[in-house]
Design a binder for this molecule. Structure first.
Ligand SMILES: Cc1cc2nc3c(=O)[nH]c(=O)nc-3n(C[C@H](O)[C@H](O)[C@H](O)COP(=O)(O)O)c2cc1C
Length: 365
């Protein structure tokens, strides 16, 4: 059925469709539904406390006996930089005034530790079939322990150099994440937000270059939302696809109602890459904060510290039905999104892609 079986065979799945591990958006039910439909369901454990991550992985295991993917972040741990943190609060102070929030209130320090000893222990205990990493890889001692736990490793590359680096460090599968992708870019060999927002290659250009540069199977990600996109990824030499935005409208997704409405109203040019929500470049629907302060702001605190001073603004605005400070993550293909259960969507995507690939291989009269 599928023209390339490397991913299917390696991961023992039926369809080479990976649900993006969208932290905070993919629910257990959604990941399980994709697994049970023959795709690879993923759960985003990046921002979770270790105890929550352990519970979540065990719960997912109870919902499916198919292979599962568990995702973690490998960013550089944030360091305190008082000058940048003060400048960020100053930059936001007009919005505090506008919303009637005392700009001297104490704000939460929102930090996310990268994949570390505690998270590695979770992997060793729960032994997910696949572990995927965003923003690079953990150090080689931790990576060896993940491999020793029997997990296949996937890593995200946004350039050919990153793909080569990931292969050299032992990943089994490379996710080639193009410019179109929703959410955070996995970029890790350059930290420059300006580079990412203007020079990151698109999926169509990136995937064949990565395929030529590495021997491991490549999964195409970014802007793929139906069978046509999946078929195109195979034509480019990918052995599979990873889709995120396409699943955000599924009833099982934890996408908020205003986010769903905005995705449904979005046009093809509604998104941009911005770093103002977290300090790292990510694709979202454009909104007031990103337009006025970004889309790319210089001198921000380290990822994910900008979220702390944004939290009171976001909370207050949301109670007023205002999404000026809320990131509505989205890839460029959100207008192709369909509102249907995740299992059904996975089967539909697979069938559409297979039909399209068959049609393309038939000689035209
Ligand atoms: C809402 C949202 C959240 C995301 N969260 C994560 C995450 O936690 N970990 C990760 O590796 N990738 C994350 N991504 C990026 C995806 O892995 C993937 O690159 C992207 O969904 C592909 O592009 P698409 O959204 O156009 O399908 C996220 C993407 C979206 C849209």
């Amino acid at each position: 059925m599928w023209p390339d079986h490397r991913l299917i065979d390696l991961l023992e799945i039926e369809h080479p469709i990976v649900l993006s591990p969208m932290a905070g958006f993919v629910t257990l039910e959604m990941a399980a539904a994709v697994c049970n439909a023959g795709g690879l369901g993923s759960i985003g454990c990046g921002p979770m406390e270790p105890a929550v991550a352990t519970k979540t992985i065990h719960a997912l295991r109870r919902l499916t006996d198919k292979p599962i993917n568990v995702n973690f972040f490998c960013h550089v741990q944030a360091t305190t930089a008082t000058d940048r943190e003060e400048a960020w609060r100053d930059r936001l102070s007009p919005y505090y005034r506008e919303l009637g929030i005392d700009s001297a209130i104490s704000v939460p320090r929102i930090d996310i530790p990268p994949f570390d000893e505690a998270k590695c222990k979770i992997v060793e205990e729960t032994k997910p079939d696949v572990v995927s990493f965003h923003f690079g890889l953990p150090n080689s001692a931790l990576l060896e322990r993940v491999k020793a736990a029997g997990c296949r490793i996937m890593g995200s590359a946004t350039t050919v150099a990153e793909a080569r680096w990931l292969e050299m460090h032992g990943v089994d599968i490379i996710i080639a994440q193009g410019y179109e992708a929703g959410g955070h870019r996995g970029t890790f060999l350059t930290q420059t937000a300006n580079w990412v927002s203007s020079s990151q290659p698109g999926t169509l250009a990136l995937v064949p270059q990565v395929v030529d540069a590495v021997k491991v199977p490549v999964v195409a990600a970014g802007g793929i939302a139906d069978g046509r996109g999946i078929a195109a990824a195979f034509a480019l030499g990918a052995a599979g696809t990873q889709l995120g935005t396409a699943y955000l409208l599924c009833p099982e997704a934890a996408t908020s109602e205003p986010h769903r409405d905005a995705l449904q109203d979005a046009d093809s040019d509604a998104t941009f890459v911005t770093n103002v929500f977290t300090g790292r470049p990510a694709r979202a629907l454009s909104n007031r904060l990103a337009l006025e302060v970004g889309p790319i702001a210089n001198g921000l605190p380290d990822f994910p510290l900008p979220m702390g001073p944004l939290a009171p603004l976001r909370a207050k605005a949301e109670t007023q039905g205002n999404s000026d400070f809320t990131p509505f993550w989205s890839g460029q293909a959100s207008p192709l999104g369909r509102e249907m259960p995740a299992g059904e969507l996975t089967l539909k995507l697979a069938q559409e892609a297979i039909d399209r690939l068959k049609r393309l291989s038939k000689p035209r009269p």
